[in-house]
Design a protein around this ligand. Structure first.
Ligand SMILES: Nc1ncnc2c1ncn2[C@@H]1O[C@H](COP(=O)(O)OP(=O)(O)O)[C@@H](O)[C@H]1O
Ligand SMILES: CC(=O)OP(=O)(O)O
Ligand SMILES: [Mg+2]
Length: 346
């Protein structure tokens, strides 16, 4: 099978053409991929990463009805859903005769136990509002890689740190806990998203200010709100020059991560392996060091590792938890899922 994949993230769009031989072509935008339209010849199907899939637990072929269904979820993922739908429209226009699949970030988290997905609100609201969890394609891929790299590891914590960020606790490869909830605004401090906030603060802001809360919390907060840049490379560079706003941003970022990771570790009753993935997790040795310095109590200890080779083991002597670096391959995960769906449909 030859598959075109489109992954519209909050700070990047990644497009690739893949097949089972491992041959692959990558592009950093849909426009760049369209310029190389010859690479699309012979594509059997297209896979689109769609962040919110509602109750869906499997990829689905996109027709007009599915498109409407996904549009109705747009305000639950304002940085992602409409850009994905726009990419879907462009690709369906260019390749009308092959199936276009939506592969969902939410699907992998269908295994989270009921109590862990339930908010303490009245029943009439619980029917609408629950934990979905996101970055599922990345967490699933990282979990599968760890099962190759460390087959003995049953309790695995994946830290997907990119433009968005979330932690996922996996037990025997299945998601049981995660830091994002009803929407991808929850949990960790992100590039421009606040992450978790006291719901009382939201009520207060709604009553006492005329801020556009959607805009503030999705696009003006996170690292950007704390120190004026959304790019972790810049935050780290500025923190080296005694820039106090950048230093605070790093402390808030790492502090929130460590606190939420502690909750996931408690859900898993300990961990055997820790995995870093996503643009920051894969590429930033200094950030991994800052995080792991705060996790010594857990038995995490890593070597200073500067390159970003997929599957590298970072575990240092004396550690009781094995730590790995895995490249986020949502495209490869979509390949696996679409191949399975095509077999089922055949
Ligand atoms: N060497 C690096 N050090 C720190 N951060 C990095 C590095 N390389 C990339 N990043 C960060 O990774 C982020 C992009 O991550 P990625 O997972 O590709 O994004 P998206 O969430 O759009 O999918 C950028 O915001 C950038 O700041
Ligand atoms: C769900 C999410 O935040 O995705 P990304 O990190 O790709 O923006
Ligand atoms: Mg991403």
């Amino acid at each position: 099978m030859r598959l075109l994949t489109v992954n519209a993230g909050s700070t990047s769009t990644k497009v690739s053409v893949l097949d089972e031989t491992g041959d692959e072509q990558s592009y950093h935008s849909l426009d760049a991929a369209i310029v190389d339209i010859n690479a699309w010849s012979g594509v059997d199907a297209v896979a689109h990463r769609v962040v919110h899939g509602g109750e869906r637990t499997e990829p689905v072929v996109i027709d007009d009805a599915v498109r409407v269904e996904l549009t109705e979820l747009a305000d639950l993922a304002p940085l992602h859903q409409m850009p994905s739908l726009e990419a879907i429209d462009v690709c369906r226009g260019r390749l009308p005769s092959v199936p276009h699949f939506a592969c969902f970030d939410t699907s992998f988290h269908a295994t989270i136990p009921v109590a862990a997905r339930t908010y303490a609100v009245p029943q009439r609201l619980r029917e609408r509002i629950r934990v979905y969890g996101f970055h599922g394609l990345s967490h699933a891929w990282a979990g599968a890689r760890v099962s190759e790299l460390a087959p003995e590891a049953e309790r695995v914590l994946v830290a997907h740190l990119g433009g968005g960020g979330s932690l996922c606790g996996l037990l025997s490869g299945r998601s049981v806990t995660t830091t994002m909830g009803f929407t991808p605004l929850d949990g960790l401090v992100m590039a421009t998203r606040s992450g978790s906030l006291d719901p009382g603060a939201l009520l207060w802001l709604a009553r006492h200010t005329d801020e556009d809360l959607d805009h503030v919390l999705e696009r003006e907060s996170g690292l950007l709100g704390l120190c004026g840049t959304a790019d972790m490379r810049e935050v780290l560079r500025r923190a080296q020059t005694d820039d106090t706003a950048a230093e605070l941003a790093l402390e808030v970022y790492v502090g929130r991560l460590v606190r939420l990771l502690g909750g996931c570790v408690a859900d898993l009753e300990g961990i055997d392996a820790l995995v870093f993935t996503g643009g920051i997790g894969e590429n930033s040795a200094p950030l991994r060091a800052l995080i792991c310095d705060r996790l010594r109590w857990l038995g995490v200890k890593i070597v200073a590792h500067r390159d970003s080779v997929d599957g590298s083991e970072l575990t240092a002597v004396g550690a009781t938890v094995r730590t790995f670096l895995v490249h986020a391959r949502e495209d490869r995960q979509m390949f696996t899922e679409v191949a399975r769906s095509l077999r089922t449909l055949a």
